[in-house]
Design a protein around this ligand. Structure first.
Ligand SMILES: NC(=O)c1ccc[n+]([C@@H]2O[C@H](COP(=O)([O-])OP(=O)(O)OC[C@H]3O[C@@H](n4cnc5c(N)ncnc54)[C@H](O)[C@@H]3O)[C@@H](O)[C@H]2O)c1
Length: 276
């Protein structure tokens, strides 16, 4: 059967990844926005591939079940990209936790027995998860391992703890996603399937541009300017990393996070030189 790439969230990054797979995979495109689905489907078709689309809000279990069924009917699912997300200027803290963490985790759980042995999943996290800084080990342990039904009720993810701060919600959601994927690597590996995250820096997408134009933009530009490669990244650069992690060249890589950010995190979080 034709291999299938399942896309949960079909924004600009996901579209660039889908085009990389157009020659080899049928692409099933899930996103709540019809316009975004149409752009991705059209891009795959323009690259000579086959794509179908399904309305998908990752927080809606019924839509997710329908998306899963469409993917399984389309062929052998060998690749899953979870690129659904809302940025800090796009949503409330509660909705960011719902979509960027709980919705993303729900996709991973629903697809756990869908991918064929030899396949791979990739979840898009963010450098925001790294810039969150140290988190108590017991909190990280809870985020990594709590059953899905209890994760959303974790005190550090509550409305009170997030204090109307969408950036904090985004950072915690993205850190928690990295941890969930690390925790999933064991059981997924037992089925012969790999799972990783990518943490992009500031990338030239609808979301990236909106964040840069917001009041957070000045701080983001300072981080960009201080990076070894001081510029915004492109969706093609993320797609190259994604194609690698989803493909056979990464056959021994699972449970890891690949930072694609021009070196921003590597240098900003490097411990300072000892005082002389
Ligand atoms: N652009 C950046 O600078 C940047 C940096 C780091 C991480 N990211 C992450 O990359 C991923 C892809 O974002 P992008 O940059 O391509 O932006 P984008 O806005 O083009 O794509 C995000 C997509 O997620 C979809 N989405 C929103 N809510 C959803 C829901 N409930 N269910 C399913 N899909 C939903 C949107 O409709 C959109 O198509 C996101 O997880 C984002 O947090 C982006």
């Amino acid at each position: 059967m034709t291999p299938v790439l399942a896309l949960a969230g079909a924004g600009d990054m996901a579209t660039a990844v889908a085009v990389r797979f157009a020659a080899t995979h049928t692409v099933v495109v899930g996103d709540p926005r019809a316009a975004n689905r149409a752009v991705t489907v059209e891009a795959v078709r323009a690259a000579g591939g086959t794509a179908t689309e399904v309305p998908l809000d990752v927080t809606d279990p019924d839509q997710l079940a329908a998306f899963r069924a469409t993917c399984a009917e389309a062929g052998t699912v060998t690749a899953l990209l979870v690129a659904a997300g809302l940025g800090p200027v796009q949503a409330t803290p509660a909705r960011i936790v719902e979509v960027d963490l709980l919705g993303v985790v729900r996709v991973v759980e629903v697809f756990a027995d869908v991918l064929a042995p030899g396949g791979a999943a990739l979840v898009i996290s963010s450098i925001a998860g790294h810039y969150l800084g140290p988190v108590a080990p017991e909190v990280e342990g809870a985020w990594a391992h709590l059953p899905f039904e209890e994760l959303g009720a974790h005190p550090e993810l509550s409305a009170e703890a997030l204090a109307d701060n969408p950036s904090l919600a985004y950072m915690r959601a993205k850190r928690a996603v990295q941890l969930r994927v690390r925790a999933a690597a064991g059981p997924w590996g037992a089925r012969g399937v790999r799972i990783n995250t990518i943490s992009p820096g500031v990338i030239d997408t609808a979301m990236g541009r909106e964040e840069l134009a917001s009041p957070h933009g000045a701080g983001m530009r300072m981080l960009l300017d201080a990076a070894p490669l001081p510029r915004v990244g492109t969706v093609e650069e993320v797609a190259s990393a994604a194609a690698f992690l989803l493909g056979p060249e990464a056959a021994y890589i699972t449970g890891t996070d690949l930072i694609v950010d021009g070196g921003s995190v590597a240098t900003a979080l490097l411990p300072p030189a000892p005082a002389t």
